[in-house]
Design a protein around this ligand. Structure first.
Ligand code: ARG
Length: 277
């Protein structure tokens, strides 16, 4: 009797032990699977040794083309901030340029890892991508031809006239809402807008102040008009694909560091001074 009982106990013990071990094995396996599934965007970037920036190089001093050591390069304070982000991640920075309108799609398709393009974190954009904290803020200005500046003092002076805005940018909405009596012309690049203004295809353009100043400084044919637009400040933030939480945390860490050191202000001044006139 006793031996029968201990035999049963032994069998039961073995069964429990085996099941227990099997369960252990299983759970170890599943944690392994979970770990590889949970490879974050930051892990991928580190593995690749590079982070790919998407930007639109028509926006001095944020990002613009400049010949560096005889080579056409995209420079500007957005690019400098992107370099700091790459540095903190311990990877190289690769820059891909496209029209502003294509940037969100490039993020979503994984063609670029992050975007710095003076991009304002609007509610509409937040539906499709995630944003960092705002790292810089500017207001909107209306640029006109110098010869017309005396005649254009208010929005009403642009009635029936063409106003240039960048395709896919907030300026498109601002024109619609605040200059409904003007004809909004959306163009792909801010440099196209400047050319259209010069060649009288349009009569004015809504451009963010630092960019407006850069174009005005480089072209005596342009002036910033006295028109005051009712827009709240347009902030710029870094955009990443939805769900890349670790990457946004990293980006915000770098931005915090640069803000604390007042480094961003310096980068903006340096970039502004390096725009070729
Ligand atoms: N801040 C505006 C927006 O987010 C315009 C940005 C345009 N940027 C550029 N690199 N062209 O819509």
């Amino acid at each position: 009797m006793k031996s029968k009982l201990s035999k049963i106990t032994a069998i039961l013990l073995t069964v429990f032990f085996t099941l227990g071990l099997a369960a252990c094995g299983k759970s170890a396996e599943s944690t392994g699977a979970a770990a590889s599934k949970a490879e974050t965007k930051v892990d991928k970037i580190k593995k690749a040794g590079k982070i790919v920036l998407g930007t639109s190089g028509d926006y001095p001093p944020y990002e613009f083309h400049k010949s560096v050591d005889g080579k056409d390069t995209i420079v500007g304070f957005d690019v400098e901030i992107a370099k700091e982000i790459a540095k903190d991640l311990g990877v190289k920075l690769e820059v891909k340029e496209m029209d502003f309108k294509g940037l969100l799609g490039a993020l979503q398709s994984g063609n670029v890892d992050f975007v710095l393009a003076g991009m304002t974190p609007t509610e509409e954009r937040k539906q499709s991508v995630d944003f960092s904290n705002v790292y810089y803020t500017a207001v909107q200005k209306v640029v006109v031809r110098t010869e017309d500046n005396d005649k254009i003092k208010a929005v009403s002076d642009l009635k029936g006239k063409a106003v240039g805005v960048q395709k896919g940018a907030i300026q498109e909405t601002i024109a619609k809402e605040q200059m409904p009596d003007s004809e909004a012309k959306a163009l792909g690049k801010v440099s196209d807008i400047a050319l259209a203004l010069k060649t009288k295809k349009i009569d004015s353009a809504i451009i963010e102040e630092p960019v407006a100043k850069s174009y005005v400084n480089a072209n005596s044919e342009f002036k910033i008009s006295d028109i005051v637009l009712k827009t709240e400040d347009a902030g710029s933030a870094v955009a990443v694909n939805k769900g890349n939480k670790e990457l946004i945390d990293q980006v915000n860490k770098t931005l915090d560091r640069l803000t604390k050191d007042k480094a961003i202000e310096k980068l903006v001044t340096d970039a502004t001074n390096s725009v070729e006139n």
